[in-house]
Write a protein that binds this ligand. Structure first.
Ligand SMILES: *Cc1c(COP(=O)(O)O)cnc(C)c1O
Length: 382
């Protein structure tokens, strides 16, 4: 089946989403949702799914020794899949915990009663690699090391290549939650020592929400065949094995979302990894310029940021009310997002969607108007 090129109705608005997913989609991705009715068991549809799997491995430069396994659900389903499926009984997980998403890894382990070493790290800092090595050396029963690539709550970039190398040195599987970097920041499973990475259709690939995936080393998936399964639905081996044998997904996939993902992947490759990354770097430059004009301060030093999520400290101005500013922007087709840090008042501007530097500039124009309308003194004060 070939996706039909459809047109988007004039009443469908394109909004500037500066939240951490779902991200702004292109018109062609929006339109791709509408296709002929089909049962997902038809070979024509299964071909689309297989094409998606191949493309998802290609995005991170994997070859035939890597596989993509799909699940219907939001991104968190893959944290659940990875941690409940890759750890044999009696072994542990090491989580390098410097934010809300690595904390989610700790929580998932606890729900499955999987022993976990929760290495707490300052949320504004990357892991101490010497301490990671010491922990791996002293705990030979660590089967999996888990870290977020980008902590989406703060925009912190973790050194996955170094963490992956250490994990491999101590024979642990390296799993990175790359949900907010995959398809945006160039990544290579071989160079970056990634055994497993993951993401969702609605983040850097700019499709719609409902399909999430893990890309990992096939040999490591196959090793889990005889592990005691902890979940019926979110078990990596079961999902992989069914797909391998039957060439289609085990349970009903989100059919229309798959169309949008197939279209989004086509657009990803057409734009090209480097050109796409440059677009986001250019967007980040605009964010920096505009923040400087308004006097906004970052929560992180620039050299620790991905540039894809910028955490901004709320100014100390009695008229600065995030909800009011959010609502003003929302009315004008721009969405900003609150921060996710326990004791810091922050908000986030995310640079993840099908947006260019001009969109970001437009969004800051509206933000400037919103601040003025709310009576916030400019440049802002701390
Ligand atoms: C978005 C995101 C997730 C998944 O969140 P959902 O709300 O379940 O889609 C997981 N990890 C990271 C790092 C994310 O940015």
């Amino acid at each position: 089946m070939v996706l039909k090129e459809q047109k988007v109705s004039k009443t469908v608005k394109r909004t500037i989403l500066l939240n951490p997913g779902p991200s702004t989609t292109t018109e062609t991705v929006k339109a791709s949702l509408i296709q002929d009715d089909i049962c997902h068991r038809e070979e024509e549809f299964a071909q689309i799914v297989r094409g998606i799997c191949d493309d998802l491995v290609k995005v991170v430069h994997g070859k035939s020794d890597y596989s993509a396994v799909l699940f219907a659900g939001s991104g968190t389903i893959i944290i659940d899949v990875a941690l409940n499926s890759l750890v044999p009984d009696g072994k542990k997980v090491l989580v390098l915990n410097n934010g809300a998403y690595s904390q989610r890894g700790v929580d998932v382990c606890k729900y499955f009663r999987i022993p976990v070493i929760d290495m707490k790290i300052d949320i504004l800092d990357t892991p101490d690699l010497a301490l990671v090595e010491k922990t791996l050396k002293e705990n030979p029963d660590i089967a999996v090391v888990f870290t977020a690539h980008q902590e989406t709550g703060t925009g912190l970039l973790n050194p996955i290549r170094e963490i992956g190398a250490l994990s491999r040195k101590y024979k642990a599987i390296f799993v990175t939650d790359s949900t907010s970097t995959y398809g945006v920041m160039p990544m290579n499973v071989y160079d970056d020592n990634i055994d497993f990475c993951m993401a969702s259709s609605q983040k850097g690939l700019n499709a719609f929400t409902g399909l999430s995936f893990i890309v990992g080393k096939t040999s490591e998936i196959e090793k889990t065949k005889d592990y005691q399964a902890r979940s019926y639905y979110t078990n990596l081996w079961r999902q992989y094995d069914f797909f391998k044998k039957n060439k289609q997904m085990h349970f009903t996939p989100p059919v229309q979302i798959m169309y949008s993902l197939a279209q989004a992947l086509k657009e990803h490759f057409a734009e090209g990894e480097q050109a796409k990354w440059k677009r986001f770097r250019d967007g980040y430059k605009v964010i920096r310029e505009e923040m400087a004009k308004l006097g906004f301060k970052d929560i992180l030093p620039e050299d620790k940021q991905t540039g894809l999520v910028v955490g901004i400290l709320n100014p100390k101005d009695p008229n600065f009310d995030f909800n009011k500013i959010h609502d003003y922007l929302y009315e004008k087709g721009v969405t900003i997002y609150p921060g996710k840090i326990a004791d810091l008042e922050t908000f986030r501007v995310c640079n993840l969607g099908s947006l260019g530097p001009d969109d970001i500039r437009d969004a800051f124009k509206v933000l400037t108007d919103a601040l003025k309308a709310c009576g916030v003194a400019l440049p802002v004060k701390y």
